[in-house]
Design a protein around this ligand. Structure first.
Ligand SMILES: [Zn+2]
Length: 240
């Protein structure tokens, strides 16, 4: 017994003398048992959620600070928990999305069918005159709505999506007509930029004139039959 008291007294004295060492040991032990302690805290928290929350609900600021600290300390746990939760709910989400997607697709198709008669029965590309189809399955023969007047049209982004999303009514027809969309094929549409189109076309024509002039000079020099044929086809392109 005396030995025990002696030991305790010595220990106390040693701790007093070696405060720095004690701090290091305590810190090590704290780090070592951190996970385990946090786990126990979490368990306690979920078992006694109500009382714990009340305990920390003295003021709004205190509560906020507590939650912030809790989130910081449980970052890894929260991440893990979210991961598990996501996996658990993945199937359910997928199923829900698929059901929803099917319903949405049906509504969109119904709206497109309503809009079909708004366009001429026979649609042609306004640039190359290719025969096109409304809501066609093949992108080479589908019609594309072009922002002819730039981005100041009331329908800014993807007119075909707008048609899918809007019931055909006199009001929506008016909005659509105001946009003055051009009808183009996939090919012509992809060559024409919406922004600064006039600038682009001016540059394109200037470029074409230079090339064409060089080409003509080249032909005149060679005076070759096959090249003359090519010039004819180049001429027909330029006249379009
Ligand atoms: Zn075209």
């Amino acid at each position: 017994m005396i030995d025990k008291e002696k030991k305790q007294a010595y220990h106390k004295e040693w701790c007093e003398r070696n405060k720095d060492k004690v701090a290091i040991i305590r810190k090590r032990s704290y780090e070592k048992n951190k996970e385990e302690r946090l786990r126990k805290n979490r368990e306690y928290y979920y078992k006694n959620k109500e009382s714990v929350l009340n305990q920390h609900q003295d003021t709004k600021e205190e509560r906020k600070a507590y939650m912030k600290k809790w989130r910081e300390e449980n970052k890894a746990y929260r991440k893990e928990y979210q991961k598990e939760y996501n996996i658990k709910n993945k199937e359910q989400k997928k199923k829900y999305r698929e059901e929803n997607r099917e319903a949405t697709r049906k509504i969109e198709q119904k709206r497109l069918d309503e809009w079909r008669s708004f366009f001429p029965a026979e649609i042609h590309c306004e640039m190359c005159n290719k025969r096109l189809y409304f809501n066609g399955k093949n992108c080479n023969t589908s019609m594309y709505l072009d922002h002819r007047t730039g981005n100041d049209a009331p329908i800014k982004y993807k007119p075909s999506n707008w048609l899918r999303g809007h019931k055909r009514t006199p009001e929506t027809e008016k909005i659509f007509t105001e946009c003055n969309f051009g009808i183009l094929c996939n090919n012509c549409n992809s060559f024409l930029p919406t922004n600064e189109r006039s600038e682009f076309l001016k540059n394109a024509i200037r470029y074409h004139k230079i090339i064409f002039k060089e080409w003509q000079e080249h032909v005149e020099e060679n005076n070759n039959d096959t090249i003359v044929d090519n010039v004819d086809s180049a001429d027909s392109i330029s006249s379009k």
